[in-house]
Design a protein. Sequence first.
Length: 556
Amino acid sequence: MRTLSLPASFLKAILCILVSTHGLAQSKEDSLSLKMDAIFKAYNRLNGPGCAVGIIRDGTVIFEKGYGMANLEYDIPIKSATVFDIASVSKQFAGLAVSTLVQEGKIKLDDDIRNYLPDVPKFNKTITVRHLVHHTSGLRDWPQTLNSAGWRWDEVFSFEDIMRMVRNQKDLDFDPGARYSYSNTGYNLLAAIVEKVSGQSFTNWTQEHIFKPLQMNSSRFQDDYTRLIKNLAYSYAFRDREFVKSPGALTAYGSSSLFTTVQDLSKWVRHFDQQLLLKNPIYTAMLTEGTLNTGEKVPYGYGLASGKDRGLKTVSHTGSWAGYRTIITNYPDEKLSIIILSNASDFNVTSHSSEVASVFLKDKFKSEGKSAINVKDAPTIQLDPSLAKKYAGVYQLGPGWAVTLTLEADRLMTQANGEARFPTEAKSDSVIWIEAYGASMTFVPDKNGAVNLLKYRTIQAKRITPWVPNPSELPVFAGTYYSPELASEYKIDVVDGKLKMHHMRIGDFDLGADPTGVDQFSGKIGSIQFVKKGQKKITGFRLSGGRVKNIWFEKR
């Protein structure tokens, strides 16, 4: 048999093409690495926490890298195989579990949740599984509720604590389906429903049906906070010019408490996209929007939020607990996904994810004015004192929620009721940046030049005349108040002309007058509306916060 012989010149040409192609690929890889290194430069350090980053493009992992330290006590760097608590990014796996069991006919979305969990109180209105999926149930969110009951942020919040809280809830924040209000509690109940209908623990079900099949070998929902976790990134905060540990012993599986890696999540993202292409109903259902009783759509379901970034469609979720800050952002039409997991409490995942996306999609993004990133990076200017004085005042962001801007040493300071005061940076004559919020505020003058409107994120906040109590009236609010729902007691006294609140476990803190309403105050636990009988007698107060409304405390 005759052997085919190729000319040496031809072989050399082929070799040159192969070398050139490899060199081009290597060049692109090096270029991407340099761009990512520039974006995460501040976290590429040996003396502080950082992040792990993963990028998937066209179904292929094109970048995975760690920046900063996983453990500052033992000098362990972050890698793509480092394990993080991904906090609320966990919810999509509870969503997948529910969607799977719905397709199997074991769960019905419009069933009363008491069909599965009969120990949930029988409220005046029916809560369905669908309400839980889309955050429209009216159930109180457990973080603020348990904190108000006496839990401290640095101690154990367990799944059992959350379930006991639900069983003792007296009222809903609103009628189911009336509005959207993000509720971690709802996703804990979804996990409990999965356990009830499957006969398995939620941790075991997700291991068997999700993580093992996808070879997500470093992924596990935490149902025991004492369990050892290999390659774990510890969580940190920056305080008093140094990094400190920010512990969080949480077992809120379903809503949170999934420990995983960038490498494992890359497998998940690729699998999810493949199943969508195959039109697998389990996965396509997870992109279904919710609907309020009014017919208004809710762009959230099954642990995924639908939205837009500078004109491009996104499916995403963020997470935050202790010092962990996490995000998965997917641009489905562009076949781009970004995963960022951080162990630094000051890490802005939304901003960094957007910066990464700009590397790939800057030519596709629509111009929508200055983005938050551009505002942040714009030069800081000295705001004209006359303008700063004009902007100072109180603006109402929502019911029981206001922000007060004060002028201190020619600089505007901002303080939302019940929160600390933070400095602002002027970026133009009408725009200020608040680093603590990771957002800007824009002052809007009317046709006469008066400034009675402030824009913050998607909120248009109107200037209000604040309510200011007469110091001589404060003693009427003093007393002891008890909540049967939380089995928790607060004592209020007048100290140095101010109301001071005391709790056995949370300690002492001031109550400041809430400018948004008469007989309303705010403090460490939220907004407090005192209830009077007649003109002088106080019968109790109602406690509200961002995701908790009207918990009753009766005066003893």
